[in-house]
Design a protein around this ligand. Structure first.
Ligand SMILES: Cc1cc2nc3c(=O)[nH]c(=O)nc-3n(C[C@H](O)[C@H](O)[C@H](O)COP(=O)(O)OP(=O)(O)OC[C@H]3O[C@@H](n4cnc5c(N)ncnc54)[C@H](O)[C@@H]3O)c2cc1C
Length: 435
């Protein structure tokens, strides 16, 4: 990896998501050689991915180049690499660009989409976990509209205009709301020769209500908002198969669709090399203690979505959202000067739950903040403010703010571009040159 030898202890941070980013910001002043590794050269702000898919914002505005953090920093290196394996006995990480030894290792690799072992669904469904995936979805949605305009057969049009979203957690709900807004505001403008009534948005959820991680109040409110937007909600509905054309459910329902969006669950990006007892088999999250040390190790840590810290308050670990990742990173950074000196008197992690929110189209959101539960315009305003302030980089905040104001005042979505076509038959991107 061509990282120079140094007399300073080498601290390797894998992952530049919420945890990794907040950690390196604090560690870079310490007397260490800091190496950050990530498989993309940017940090992606995942909460706004759905707005890329639905043409609301441009992809660059939620990404932040990780090399910006090493500007004017000594002993801080970034490497664009995919870490494949860790050899904790010899303290070496193995990646697609080579090996690297470490003195301390911090793993913040987050999660990936979980298809629960269903290979057919994995092959045909659309995930939305990364910026390239969100762009694929944007292309597919727009291609469906283009294709539907040239189809004479109403049944084929319906097939192309049926958007099925599996999983009604915050991502599924937000996506359903945004696609429904698209139907209302963009379809009549851009595709006047298509009948908007042929377009359907079906939201499928295995639990008995939408937004299962949030309060009953949030669930009821969001159901009302979604129905007002014309979204058809199917609770207690588990998808068992999808062949790229037809989705079938456990209770025998069928949905003919070219676009099945899978937001039904995630599984940790565990890296091979640790003993089995270091991670939970079902979620693949690493078991960590209250200092985020991986079970059995003093010099290897895991933070954020990939870490499972079991406590009396959180017997199933912390929720896999941004705040635990950010707060764990800050706590570890505070402990790090002591860790470097071999001091074991560390500060245990305590999660401060700031609440959760989800937005459903224009002017509507739901929020559970401490004991307060509310929905509507005020919640939407808070949702916007929180997301804007959480974005990394002033430029990104400014661009998003301008996009939102523009979209709000114009009832128009700006980024309706098929920059690279998505090939449904091959389920891979083909470049324009290939097409
Ligand atoms: C669509 C969507 C919407 C969401 N909305 C919200 C929301 O509204 N509010 C909220 O709080 N949370 C939300 N979340 C969850 C939130 O984004 C995560 O909880 C948070 O990103 C976790 O931070 P992390 O640092 O643990 O992992 P991540 O932010 O996922 O970062 C992991 C990083 O590790 C890198 N990586 C992974 N494997 C490797 C490897 N082998 N080698 C090198 N690099 C690797 C990845 O490229 C990535 O940069 C949402 C998530 C998604 C997908």
């Amino acid at each position: 990896m061509n990282v120079p030898k140094s007399n300073l202890p080498r601290v390797v941070v894998i992952g530049g998501g919420f945890a990794g980013l907040n950690l390196v910001k604090k560690l870079r002043k310490l007397p260490i050689q800091l190496v950050m590794i990530n498989k993309h050269n940017y940090h992606a702000f995942q909460p706004l991915l759905y707005q890329i898919s639905t043409s609301g914002i441009e992809s660059d505005s939620i990404a932040y180049p990780l090399r910006m953090f090493i500007k004017k920093q000594q002993n801080f290196y970034f490497r664009l690499a995919d870490v494949k394996e860790i050899d904790p006995d010899n303290k070496i990480i193995k990646s697609d660009i080579g090996d690297l030894s470490y003195d301390f290792l911090i793993i913040n690799t987050g999660t990936k989409t979980n298809y629960f072992g269903n290979k057919e669904i994995k092959k045909h469904a659309m995930p939305m976990k990364t910026i390239p995936q969100a762009l694929n979805l944007r292309s597919l949605i727009l291609q469906n509209f283009e294709r539907a305009t040239v189809e004479a057969d109403i049944e084929v049009q319906k097939f192309l205009l049926n958007f099925v979203i599996v999983g009604a957690g915050p991502t599924g709900v937000e996506l359903a709301g945004a696609i429904a807004e698209f139907k209302k505001s963009v379809l009549p403008l851009d595709f006047p020769d298509l009948d908007p009534e042929l377009m359907q948005i079906n939201l499928l959820e295995g639990a008995d209500r939408v937004l299962p991680p949030m309060s009953e109040h949030a669930s009821k409110k969001s159901t009302k908002f979604l129905k007002e937007l014309g979204v058809q909600i199917h609770t207690n509905t588990i998808v068992t198969s999808y062949d790229g054309k037809l989705a079938t459910t456990k209770d025998g329902k069928e949905f003919a669709t070219r676009t099945l969006i899978w937001s039904a669950g995630v599984i940790a990006n565990r890296i091979d090399g640790f003993a089995e007892e270091c991670s939970e088999p079902r979620t693949r999250r690493y078991y960590v203690n209250e200092f985020n040390q991986i079970k059995g190790f003093k010099d290897v840590f895991a933070l954020g979505d990939v870490a499972l810290m079991i406590s009396d308050d959180y017997p199933r670990g912390h929720p896999q959202v941004a705040q635990p990742a950010i707060q764990q990173a800050k706590n570890l950074a505070k402990n790090f000067p002591k860790i470097l000196k071999g001091n074991t008197n560390l500060k245990p992690f305590k999660y401060n739950d700031k609440g959760s929110m989800a937005t459903i189209g224009r002017n509507k959101a739901v929020a559970d903040i401490k004991k307060l539960q509310f929905g509507g315009f005020f919640a939407w305003f808070i949702w916007m403010f929180v997301h804007l302030m959480s974005l990394v980089g002033f430029r990104n905040r400014l661009v998003i703010l301008i996009s939102w104001i523009y979209n709000y005042t114009n009832y128009n979505k700006g980024s309706r571009l098929i920059v690279r076509r998505y090939s449904v038959t091959k389920r891979r991107i083909r470049t324009n040159a290939e097409l």
